[in-house]
Design a protein around this ligand. Sequence first.
Ligand SMILES: CC(C)(COP(=O)(O)OP(=O)(O)OC[C@H]1O[C@@H](n2cnc3c(N)ncnc32)[C@H](O)[C@@H]1OP(=O)(O)O)[C@@H](O)C(=O)NCCC(=O)NCCS
Length: 258
Amino acid sequence: MEQEKPSMTPQQAEITEAITSNFITSLRSYKEIAVGKDAGYVSFLKYELYTLLFSNLPGIAGLGLRQKVYKSLFNRIGRGAVVGRGIILRNPAKVSLGSGVIIEDYCCIDAKGNNPSITLDDFVTISRFSTITAKSAKISIGKGVNVGSYTRIASQSCIEIEESVLIAAYCYIGPGNHARHQGNLASKEPSKPLIEREMEIKGGVKIGKHCWIGAHTTVMDGVTIGEGSIIGAHSLVKESIPSDSIAVGVPAKVISMP
Ligand SMILES: CC(C)(COP(=O)(O)OP(=O)(O)OC[C@H]1O[C@@H](n2cnc3c(N)ncnc32)[C@H](O)[C@@H]1OP(=O)(O)O)[C@@H](O)C(=O)NCCC(=O)NCCS
């Protein structure tokens, strides 16, 4: 008997449908998540072999071997870029790393969907347990940016973080809202459960150069933070913030201008 399914996000529904069907469908679904829709089975096998052998190797041997071997998985790895152990890497052919990039242990770098890209420019550091997820989106992180631990940078459209931005730990950059007004309410047609609704996309996030984003801050989709600004710890940034200002609170308000 067919099991009754609960409401789920569209992506959750697609993946759970695949893994509860047959082996071939679930393998195809895993391959798409691991190396993207367009990659062939040779790229997939290479990804599986390299991650199996090298992704959890500790110490300098692990760092050195990943630096050499992962060159053929990523779109580009610049000179001296290092990839820590236990990294969850998805569709690495859409990920470019500049020179001197450091991705610390247990980060997740995930480029999924249609034509995504993740670019970490020269000397970017991504600290332990942070996640960068581009769902059919372009994420570009500028030279010298430092992303603290346990931070999530995720978008379905676009995130641009300019040079030398300091992002503290536990931040969330790019979340949007699930559409609340979907469904034809006038005709009393029941609207879809919230979890099934698409996100409202507001065009992404831009953070200008030399900003400092305090710990536990959330920067919502659609926001631009002008260069040189400081966002206080635990802020919720819903509206754009002008350059060289200090903004704090929930929602964040400017408390100081040049
Ligand atoms: C925003 C910040 C830089 C301001 O520091 P400051 O210039 O010394 O400002 P003050 O402490 O004098 O505070 C000025 C006012 O803003 C308020 N304020 C400061 N930081 C705030 C915050 N994060 N949230 C809410 N209100 C805040 C203060 O209560 C004070 O209000 P008042 O004038 O009504 O008393 C600092 O408070 C902060 O949040 N820094 C981030 C720390 C961090 O995340 N570090 C991680 C290391 S990378």
